[in-house]
Design a protein around this ligand. Structure first.
Ligand SMILES: [Zn+2]
Length: 405
């Protein structure tokens, strides 16, 4: 059991949060047991961390593990960037030793950024996906992990056969779904241009029958959108709909170039959207239609999209989400919600994680406060726009410390 005297900040809902200065929080692997104002008569033995701010662990709704080492490689156009940087790097993960060392480096960096839960794409090799699961299990990560699928229009060293892509995914699902409380499998067709209709139809059918998770990309780039329309004869969203890929457990990254009717379709299927603002900026993909999607009550999360996103810091991505809206103001309360409770809700985990509440699992991001005190009324704003520079002192997942500065 750990018990610390510190300052707490937790989201209440999409537009409200609560700052609790000088409180005591206690936890163990069964969850958070105590949250109350510091009382010297009862809490004298608590570890003094008044120099820190405790947040719920940060959640990343979209990240490519196998691209971690190529962050910041300039190429401002999605399809050229894939050819030039992504495919050659992902090909290296065909080597198991490379995949294992990369997975260790990735999870260490994730924990050092205060991220406690993530939704991960690995390279299109089963050994890369197995390395990610094994490393995540050993290091104590909470994650949804999938082997990226690509069975057409792909370099020969990355391309899978349709049969291999589907049957291996189904085997990985059987092996990892509910095999541990912290890990789950997610079907991961890369995007419509690199996946056959047969493959996506099979995945859609399996996912609908089992309630399995799917992640893919949607309408990120205008050239991509045009090519999908040519290839499938219908708009991007319609293609996914016809193939059974749209479900309440489908996480669609980007979703930028959408018609009103596409947004209505996404709302009708209760799909989840992973907004990746830093990546959209980096690849000149376009501006995310936040307000139009939020008005339809579509579940929006925020992802780093490393490596097109340049950092694993979700506080940085919260800030960029605000910067990327040219006409819509995303308040700090909303930004904080998205990278904590909102992303937990997107993943169906809000009953377990996403906020600091007695009885929830102890996923914590413990930040060192700046030396110059920030007034309580400005703390949330400072956190969302500048907190990515505040050092992470400790990261806790399910009660276990996975990182300490
Ligand atoms: Zn992505």
């Amino acid at each position: 059991m750990r018990k610390i005297r510190t300052n707490l900040l937790t989201p209440l809902d999409a537009d409200h949060s609560q700052f609790l200065p000088d409180h005591v929080i206690a936890w163990d692997d069964a969850g958070i047991s105590t949250l109350r104002p510091y009382d010297p008569s009862r809490d004298g033995e608590a570890e003094d961390r008044l120099d820190c701010l405790v947040l719920p662990g940060l959640i990343d709704a979209h990240v490519h593990l196998s691209q971690y080492r190529i962050r910041g490689r300039y190429e401002p156009s999605l399809l050229r960037w894939l050819e030039k940087h992504v495919f050659p790097e992902e090909a290296r993960s065909a080597d198991t030793d490379y995949a294992v060392s990369l997975a260790k480096e990735f999870f260490r960096a994730l924990f050092a950024a205060g991220t406690t839960c993530s939704v991960i794409y690995t390279a299109p090799y089963v050994q890369a996906c197995l390395a990610a699961f094994q490393t995540a299990g050993e290091m104590g990560a909470r994650a949804f992990i999938g082997m990226t699928l690509m069975d057409r229009n792909s370099p020969s060293n990355l391309a899978q056969t349709t049969d291999y892509a589907y049957s291996t995914s189904a085997e990985l699902y059987q092996r990892y779904h509910q095999a541990s409380p912290l890990l789950d499998y997610i079907f991961t067709p890369r995007f419509a241009l690199s996946c056959s209709e047969e493959l996506m139809r099979k995945i859609g059918s399996f996912a609908n029958a089992h309630g399995a998770w799917i992640q893919t990309h949607l309408a990120e780039n205008k050239t991509e959108v045009n090519q999908v329309a040519q290839m499938f004869g219908v708009p991007y969203t319609k293609a996914y709909e016809q193939l059974g890929m749209l479900t309440p457990h489908t996480i669609l990254a980007h979703a930028i170039h959408l018609a009103e009717s596409d947004m209505d379709t996404l709302a009708a299927y209760d799909c989840r959207i992973a907004h990746c603002p830093d990546s959209n900026f980096f690849l000149k993909s376009g501006e995310f239609p936040y307000q139009s999607l939020a008005d339809r009550k579509i579940s929006i999360g925020i992802g780093s999209d490393v490596a097109a996103g340049t950092t694993l810091s979700m506080l940085y991505h919260a800030k960029i989400a605000s910067y990327r809206q040219s006409a819509y103001s995303l308040a700090p309360e909303r930004l904080f919600y998205h990278i904590t409770l909102g992303n937990a809700r997107l993943l169906g985990l809000d009953g377990r994680i996403g906020s600091l509440e007695s009885g929830k699992e102890a996923d914590l991001c413990i930040l060192r406060l700046p030396p110059q005190p920030v007034p309580a009324s400005d703390l949330l704003s400072a956190l969302c726009f500048q907190g990515h520079e505040w050092p992470v002192a400790e990261t806790v997942i399910a009660g276990r410390t996975v990182y300490r500065a």
